[in-house]
Design a protein around this ligand. Structure first.
Ligand code: ATP
Ligand code: MG
Length: 354
């Protein structure tokens, strides 16, 4: 079977119809802020859900800022894990995917402490009932198999500080993040009402594949261990996909309701090739799950070959990767301090600055 792989940044140029950002996404004036937790290597869900959109927006001239949310690692686990290696791997993966550190900013939360101070006034703007209603926070507490920590409950407020502190106006994220972006909008609105307008309400930007499933049928996520990592080897990718849940029907059809796992593989292939998932299903025809998995493996390996090569090369130069983080964090600190100054002035918190 011949596979035509297309530049994935060309596929993901639409946002969900539920989100109003699509018309303006290409505006060069948009400030993009988004991020990831350094809880493990990036996977195909990140790639299709947000990373490709970040690169595309960078290419259209938007200022892109990526938060490595290291303090958010401990929202749902006891320790921080091998942070240094994980953070270096994330940076290598961003750069391998096309993020350019001269144009875009990559920073770690722990290196920009000014952002934490913003969280205090923001916490005062939301109620515990509003925080407790957040479906993503509830799902994450459940997946962590432990009781909800106060940090997990307030995680979306922390995120509001990341986004608004960097003056983000467009946030390319997966579907799980929509309630959080909604809360950031609410916080911006309430702050403006109470203290005078200084924030623009940011909008979420979804890709056409905003909720990629893992090989077990649940949301693909680092915590659940059900991922197809971007950095996996080709044989490893084949083995992972072979173990993905599917069904026994020979005829492959695209039916997200009745056949979610088959639809998920078709969706991944479609996003990477630029085809319609129904067309991909027709191409596999009566080949059943085995042919679909073979096709998915080929498409994923082909699409990621160059990214994987660059990733491996970048990981040999950790000094460079660390420099990218330190430089980005210095730039993010300057922006965060500027925002904090404005916030303190608006609130009358600068009473001792003269
Ligand atoms: P963890 O299990 O540690 O929470 P994760 O795999 O959920 O890890 P995050 O770091 O929480 O990854 O998410 C980073 C970004 O990637 C967010 O914008 C999120 O919406 C997006 N994302 C994560 N998983 C998926 C997925 N399966 N499909 C689409 N987007 C995703
Ligand atoms: Mg997550």
């Amino acid at each position: 079977m011949t596979i035509a792989i297309q530049d994935p940044t060309a596929v993901l140029d639409q946002s969900s119809s539920a989100i109003s950002a699509s018309q303006t996404a290409a505006d060069t004036g948009r400030r993009i802020v988004t991020g990831d937790r350094p809880t493990g290597p990036l996977h195909i869900g990140h790639y299709l859900g947000t990373l490709v959109n970040r690169v595309r927006l960078q290419e259209t001239g938007c200022a892109v800022t990526i938060v490595i949310a290291d303090y958010q690692v401990i929202t749902d686990r006891d320790g921080t894990g091998p942070l240094r290696d994980r953070v270096r791997t994330l940076i290598a993966e961003y750069l391998a995917a096309g993020i350019e550190p001269d144009r875009s900013v990559i920073f770690a939360h722990s290196l920009v402490p000014a952002l934490n101070q913003l969280m205090l006034p923001f916490l005062s703007l939301v109620s515990d009932a509003e925080l407790n209603r957040n479906p993503t926070v509830k799902a994450e507490a459940l997946a962590s198999r432990r009781s909800m920590s106060a940090l997990l409950l307030t995680y979306p407020v922390h995120q509001a500080a990341d986004i608004l502190g960097q003056r983000g106006t467009l946030v390319p994220v997966g579907k799980d993040q929509l309630p959080h972006v909604e809360l950031t909008r609410l916080i911006a609105r309430r702050f403006n009402d109470r203290y005078g307008t200084i924030f623009e309400e940011p909008e979420a930007l979804l890709s056409t594949t905003p909720a990629v499933q893992g090989i077990d049928g649940a949301k693909m996520s680092k915590t659940r261990g059900n991922t197809i990592p971007l950095g996996a080897g080709e044989d490893e990718t084949a083995a992972i996909i072979r173990s993905a849940r599917s069904d026994g029907l020979r005829r492959i059809t695209f039916d997200p309701i009745a056949r979610p796992q088959v639809a998920n593989l078709l969706t991944i292939v479609a996003a990477l090739t630029g085809d319609d998932p129904h067309q991909v299903a027709d191409r596999v025809g009566d080949g059943g799950a085995v042919a679909l998995k073979t096709l998915a493996t080929e498409v994923i390996n082909e699409s990621l070959r160059e990214l994987r090569r660059r990733r491996a090369e970048l990981l040999t130069d950790v000094g460079y990767l660390d420099g990218v983080l330190l430089d980005g964090s210095a730039r993010a600190t300057a922006t965060a301090l500027g925002t904090l100054e404005e916030v303190r002035r608006a609130m009358g918190m600068d009473y001792f600055s003269g």
